[in-house]
Design a binder for this molecule. Structure first.
Ligand code: BGC
Length: 385
């Protein structure tokens, strides 16, 4: 390139820098994302109005979220040919979710996953929780965070479109101590991410474990199950369970077991292997110990659907991730567009603290005290190849 070309480049660079500077000085940032929109989604049996918010980015990704349970009712992501597809299981109407949903797309809490015997002791006081799973507490109890109508504030700026959900859970709700102030923020970013951040404070010592319970099928509505999806889990170890899916306390190596997903492997390859842990879960329903340091955002899982080319990466600050292969889906639930959700129609990758941590001193603590702030972040990042 001659000197003239170089000078023209410099001029062009200066010009674009000046334009950027001017744009930066405007009071309103230029949105790259489309701001969120919202509409009515019905009323709860108590007559509380529930809304549906749609967050979009500039690349055709779209998340529709209701403030009932913080449920992601649809998540549209393009495939390798650019064709949009809804990659989460759910219902067309609020009634579907009210009638009984296996936590499709919901925020789960106060304690995601199980607490054995629905009781725990904290600082000498024993707490009795609502038991909703064979005598154990599952996903926060009878009326967990998946059934709460959250206050919702949509927002958008130059790189993301978001929804802030807030609620105060009363002291003693579902048996949990402490008045808990919780904010969960969903964002759809221009990096094709669904980003979820959690923040909570309490006025009494309590235990807390928050997660998102999306059921993914990256094929969109095209595939009846997720057995052909290839899964990578960034985990050398997992927490084996007993017959009621309560951790035994052991932290076991995945080496030489059907739980070794350190290299990407189709989910269906070993799911029916003759293995006691798989029999207990009726497939995969286990917590994996995410490699790296809890509190830092790092890769926990990567899933790929070879048919559509869609991939999903899961990054989290949490110590664990529950891989649940939709084993309890049995074809009795009719979902969006009349789809029947059969055995293993969707998979969950629930970032979390380990199940039943209040009974296992060796597990990372789930204790939250007054004056402390609970913070957690999980990103579901999409691409198509
Ligand atoms: C649990 C499963 C349970 C499912 C729906 C998952 O997080 O690990 O055992 O069936 O949620 O409740």
């Amino acid at each position: 390139m001659g000197d003239g070309g170089f000078q023209m480049n410099v001029q062009a660079t200066l010009l674009s820098a000046a334009i950027l500077l001017l744009a930066g000085c405007r009071s309103e940032p230029q949105p790259m994302t489309t701001p969120s929109s919202d509409r009515a989604f019905g009323k709860t049996p108590e007559g509380v109005e529930v809304r549906l918010y749609t967050l979009r980015n500039a690349h055709g990704m779209r998340a529709t979220i209701t403030n009932f349970g913080g449920i992601v009712t649809s998540l549209v992501v393009p495939d390798r040919a650019g064709r949009p597809g809804d990659i989460v299981l759910g219902f067309d109407s609020l009634e579907g979710y009210l009638r009984g949903s296996p936590y499709f797309g919901a925020i789960v809490g106060r304690y995601a996953n199980r607490i054995a015997g629905a009781r725990f002791t904290l600082e000498g006081t024993s707490h009795r929780l609502a038991a909703n799973d064979h005598g154990n507490a599952l996903h926060g109890g009878v009326r967990g965070f998946d059934k709460v109508v959250w206050d919702a504030i949509p927002f958008a700026d130059s790189t993301r479109s978001g929804l802030r959900l807030h609620q105060v859970s009363a002291d003693g709700e579902e048996g949990y101590p402490g008045r808990l102030d919780v904010t969960v923020t969903y964002e759809v970013t221009d990096a094709n991410e669904l980003r979820i951040t959690y923040h909570a404070t309490t006025d009494k010592a309590t235990v807390l474990n928050l997660s998102h319970h999306g059921y993914f099928n990256l094929a969109g509505r095209a595939a009846p199950d997720i057995l052909g999806h290839e899964l990578l889990l960034a985990a050398d170890r997992y927490t084996p369970v007993d017959a009621s899916l309560i951790p035994t306390g052991e932290i076991a190596s995945v080496d030489g077991t059907p739980f070794d997903f350190r290299t990407a492997t189709p989910i269906g390859d070993r799911i029916d292997a003759d293995d006691r842990q798989l029999r207990y879960g009726k497939g995969y329903d286990h917590n994996f110990v995410v490699l790296g340091t809890p509190g830092t955002l790092r890769l926990a899982a990567r899933v790929r659907d070879p048919e559509s080319g869609r991939t999903m990466e899961v990054l989290t600050t949490e110590p664990g991730i529950q891989f649940y292969s939709g084993n309890f889906l049995d074809g009795t639930l009719v979902g969006k567009g009349g789809a029947t959700y059969g055995h293993r129609a969707g998979l969950c990758l629930e970032t979390q603290h380990f199940p039943d941590s209040p009974h296992h001193a060796a597990f990372p603590t789930t204790l939250l005290r007054p004056g402390q702030a609970f913070r957690s972040e999980t990103i579901y990042r999409f691409a198509a190849q």
